[in-house]
Design a protein around this ligand. Sequence first.
Ligand code: NAP
Length: 250
Amino acid sequence: MTITLEGRVALVTGAGRGIGEAIARTLATAGARVAVLSRTEANAQQVAHQIREAGGEAMAITADVSDASAVEKAIETLLERWERLDILVNNAGITRDTLLLRMKDEDWDRVLEVNLRGAFIATRAALKPMLRQRWGRIINISSVVGLTGNVGQANYVASKAALIGFTRTVALEVGSRNITCNAIAPGLIETDMTRALSEQVREYALQRIPLGRFGTPNEVAFGVLFLCSELASYITGQVLIIDGGLTAGL
Ligand code: NAP
């Protein structure tokens, strides 16, 4: 059995680099038309260009997910061109790590604004065409720290834990319209976000991962592909953990 997304239209946020880029490429390889949304124009353009070079169909969109009017306009543009929206992957995310006592209001607000409010804004706008179509897949990229907590990441952890509650609620509200909503909780994945960690933190983390290595962006993207496909038609409101076993035994 092969997984195909032929005829589907997908929007992936934060797709200019890292996990989002891998998700956009993977969905395009499976046959979806993909809108590559990112904050930095050059990154979005490059990923869309590479998808087209590989024979896929893609458009680049530059927008900040915390800007409601920019995201709504992006979805309008997508609908004008492709006339449907089947898959939304809320992947854009940032960290501003520091211990709680040192955390500034703006560090808290900005992380919640991008990671949580961004997903809310995009989901609300994407649901309209999905409801009309009676078909939709929404995937929110959370994190294992949203399940476990993590020192120095109160803002990030709060946003990722909230995304799980958000996921379950969306699943409840739109399930009757054949729209599923699931979360993925990655562990440590090799991207710019984890490359910014100190050698000491990376070493400590590595020792706790049963598979003995960080994951690759593609290994998260394959989970997204599965959840977007017909193979996952009866899965909704769930959290798929992709962490090399990091949380096993906790
Ligand atoms: P990354 O390498 O830092 O890339 C983040 C992407 O999000 C970039 O393309 C960036 O845009 C985009 N972005 C950031 N803020 C945005 C905004 N306000 N509006 C639109 N786009 C924005 O991160 P990553 O490691 O791939 O992480 C992707 C997602 O996975 C995040 O939600 C992260 O929390 C989650 N996650 C990552 C790990 C990990 O180990 N890496 C683990 C668990 C969960 P530009 O390219 O334009 O700057």
